[in-house]
Design a protein around this ligand. Structure first.
Ligand code: ADP
Length: 329
């Protein structure tokens, strides 16, 4: 448990993010300021400003080559930025990479192990990099093997399926009980069962209070576990916020209409309203596309016509459409 003094110290107004709906104030756990990496004159990451609060599961979305891995490599202290800086739990990574490594876990896209060692032996090898006694290591490894469902597996890591390797990778990333977990494309090549298991694990870890930074080029995966996202394209952050906020920010102008879902007991008649762009009917449900939120007027009109309204709500823009539009652009 963190003491009050420490909380007060860390909760200066500028270092606070309250991006997760339903949560009160949150301390900043990951922050980047103008973070930039240039390779051969080309920016792989270009002036990235990002804030991730403690306990968030943050989805770092972007197509292949957008700069996600490069960002994670800078955040984990594997490479140095060309310009700008990044902080994890208020430690500047480039200035004190070892201090950062003690409090983070990292699952790279291509996870590697000693093929001739078992899961337990591999984990013990990595645990020795940290300040852990033999007893503590044994208990931690047992706990982690159970968590990732590799307890009782006697095969050597070289014989593991891709999914088993990924789970062992997650156990390795958790060996030091990190505050922050960086996962680079964690479900690449996992089968649907593996993806489901991974999602449950991520949610359980976040429930423990860990901050999780997940990169992915697959929207559905991010949507399943993350409430806040950043969308990266060509090294630049093009949007950030909750999934709903990002969708609203990026909705292309020709899609810039309010979608009102209406369900009536009777079939919806044609409506004469200058703001209605289109009505798509499906039985007694309809989606009314209008140039603004005309719910009050619509309800009054339907009431006047003697229709019984069962439901009327504004539908969030479909984030899938939005991301496709951004990727195309
Ligand atoms: P993502 O993880 O989003 O797929 P990366 O961060 O791997 O993207 O790559 C971003 C860009 O930086 C790509 O154009 C890639 O070719 C380039 N890049 C990444 N690492 C290096 C490197 N070590 N040397 C030169 N270019 C690199």
């Amino acid at each position: 448990m963190r003491d009050t003094e420490n909380i007060n110290k860390r909760m200066s107004k500028s270092a606070v993010s309250a991006t997760v709906p339903g949560c009160i104030w949150k301390c900043t756990m990951i922050q980047t300021e103008n973070l930039t990496k240039i390779y051969n004159g080309n920016p792989a990451v270009d002036g990235l400003d990002l804030v991730v609060g403690e306990g968030e599961i943050f989805g770092f979305l972007g197509p292949n080559g957008a700069g996600k891995s490069t960002t994670i490599l800078m955040l984990t202290g594997m490479i140095e930025p060309t310009a700008g800086r990044c902080l994890v739990d208020e430690i500047e990574v480039a200035k004190d990479p070892l201090a950062v490594k003690k409090i983070i876990g990292y699952l790279p896209e291509d996870v590697g192990f000693y093929g001739n060692l078992t899961a337990e032996q591999n984990l013990d090898y990595f645990a020795r990099f940290y300040d852990m006694g033999a007893k503590e290591r044994k208990a931690r490894i047992e706990e982690l093997l159970e968590l990732v469902h590799l307890d009782g597996v006697t095969q050597k890591a070289g014989e593991y399926s891709r999914g088993m390797k990924q789970r062992l990778g997650l156990a390795q990333a958790l060996i030091n009980d990190p505050k922050v977990l960086f996962l680079d494309e964690p479900t690449a090549n996992l089968d649907p069962e593996g993806v489901r298991e991974y999602r449950d694990l991520i949610l359980a870890l976040a429930a423990e209070g860990k901050t999780i930074f997940v990169s992915s080029h697959i929207l559905s995966e991010v949507r399943a576990v993350c409430r806040t996202v950043g969308l990266l394209a060509k090294g630049k952050l093009v949007a950030k916020g909750t999934l709903g906020e990002v969708a609203r920010t990026l909705t292309p102008s020709d899609e810039d209409v309010v979608r009102i879902v209406v369900e009536t007991r009777e079939r919806l008649p044609d409506l004469d309203d200058p703001e209605i762009v289109a009505i798509e009917r499906n039985g007694n449900r309809a989606v009314v596309r209008a140039t603004s939120d005309i719910r009050d007027r619509l309800a009054a009109t339907l009431f006047e016509q003697g229709l019984h309204i069962r439901e009327m709500r504004v539908e969030e823009p479909d984030i899938e459409d939005v991301f496709m539009a951004v990727y195309r652009r």
